[in-house]
Design a protein around this ligand. Structure first.
Ligand code: SF4
Ligand code: SF4
Length: 280
C-alpha cells in the first residue's frame, strides 16, 4: 500500500533509537520528529541523511489501517508491548465554563490529544454550549456531577473569572487527587484546588498573586481561599500529582503535563522541545 498523505503517525508515535539530524539521541515515543514538516511529510525524504530505519519502514494495512488515528493507536500499543514505561492511551477530563480562558488549556489538550493520543473529554456543570472568553464555542459531553475520577487519567481546569464553585467539582477534584491522578489548573483555576483543600498539601502557583479588593469583588466577596504559605511565585509548579501554572505560562503548563504523561524520556528532550516551541 501507499503511504497516506498528511499522516506522519510513524514519525510521532514510536521511539527511534538511531540518530536523526536535529535529534542526535534519536526520538522518544510520542514526540514529533524534528524533520517532520507541518503537513506531516518528511523533510529528509530522498536524502542520504534520512535514517535507514525510516527508509526501510514500509506502509502496511496492519500498521497504517484506514486512518491516522488507527496508525497512532497501533504504534503506541506496539511501543507499549516492546518497551517498559510506554505511553498509555487514556482519557483526560477538562472542566469548562462560560468566559473561561480557553487558550490556557488548548495547547495542553493539543499535546495530550494529538501527540499522546489521549481522549479529551469536556465537562461542565450543565451540558449546555460553553462560550469562552475568546468567543469559541465548546460542547461538554458529561456533567461534573456524573464524571468519575476512576474513568480518567487526569483533570484539567482552565482560568477565568467564574465565581461559581459547586460541591460536585470540589468532590471531583478531591477524588482525582486522593487516587493519585493528575490534577492540573492554570491562572485562576487553582482557586478550585484551594477550595477543595488540596493546596494545603502541595506547593503551587497561580496568577492570583494577591487577594486584592478587585479579586474579592470578582469572587462573591469571599476571603482569600489560597494557603499562601505553599504559594511559589513562578511560572509552573509540579508537586506530587498536582500541576499549577500562571496564565502567561500556558506553554510551560502544557509541556509539564505532557512530561507527566511520559512524552519525554529525558530532561534534555523536554528542554529541547520547550526551546523549539518558544523559538529559543
Ligand atoms: S503510519 Fe503508515 S500511512 Fe502513516 S505515515 Fe507511517 S507509513 Fe505512512
Ligand atoms: S526522519 Fe523523516 S521519516 Fe524519519 S521519523 Fe523523521 S520525519 Fe519521519
Amino acid at each position: 500500500m501507499e503511504c497516506r498523505k498528511y499522516c506522519g503517525a510513524c514519525c510521532i508515535a514510536p521511539s527511534i533509537s538511531s540518530s536523526i539530524p536535529g535529534m542526535p539521541k534519536g526520538k522518544p515515543a510520542g514526540v514529533r520528529c524534528v524533520q517532520l514538516n507541518s503537513d506531516n511529510s518528511c523533510r529528509l525524504f530522498g536524502l542520504p541523511e534520512r535514517p535507514k530505519v525510516c527508509s526501510s519502514l514500509k506502509p502496511s494495512k496492519e500498521m497504517c489501517g484506514e486512518s491516522r488515528q488507527f496508525a497512532l493507536e497501533y504504534l503506541y500499543k506496539l511501543e507499549e508491548l516492546t518497551k517498559s514505561g510506554g505511553i498509555n492511551m487514556g482519557k483526560i477530563l477538562v472542566f469548562m465554563y462560560n468566559d473561561m480562558a480557553d487558550f490556557e488549556i488548548t495547547y495542553a489538550t493539543h499535546l495530550l490529544g494529538h501527540e499522546l493520543s489521549k481522549e479529551i473529554v469536556p465537562c461542565a456543570y450543565e451540558k449546555n454550549t460553553i462560550k469562552s472568553k475568546g468567543g469559541l464555542l465548546f460542547t461538554p459531553i458529561i456533567t461534573v456531577a456524573k464524571a468519575k475520577a476512576d474513568d480518567y487519567e487526569g483533570f484539567l481546569i482552565p482560568g477565568g473569572w467564574n465565581p461559581v464553585v459547586k460541591t460536585e467539582i470540589l468532590d471531583l477534584i478531591k477524588a482525582f487527587y486522593t487516587s493519585g491522578k493528575l490534577v492540573a489548573a492554570i491562572c485562576a483555576g487553582p482557586r478550585y484546588l484551594a477550595k477543595a483543600g488540596i493546596l494545603d498539601d502541595v506547593k503551587y502557583t497561580t496568577s492570583i498573586v494577591e487577594w486584592t479588593q478587585a479579586r474579592r469583588e470578582a469572587f462573591n466577596n469571599e476571603d482569600d481561599p489560597f494557603p499562601r504559605e505553599n504559594f511559589i511565585d513562578t511560572r509552573v509548579v509540579r508537586d506530587k500529582n498536582v500541576i499549577t501554572s500562571k496564565g502567561i505560562s500556558f506553554v510551560d503548563f502544557a509541556i509539564e503535563i505532557a512530561d507527566y504523561f511520559g512524552m519525554f524520556k529525558e530532561a534534555d528532550d523536554k528542554e529541547a522541545f520547550y526551546d523549539m516551541i518558544t523559538g529559543k
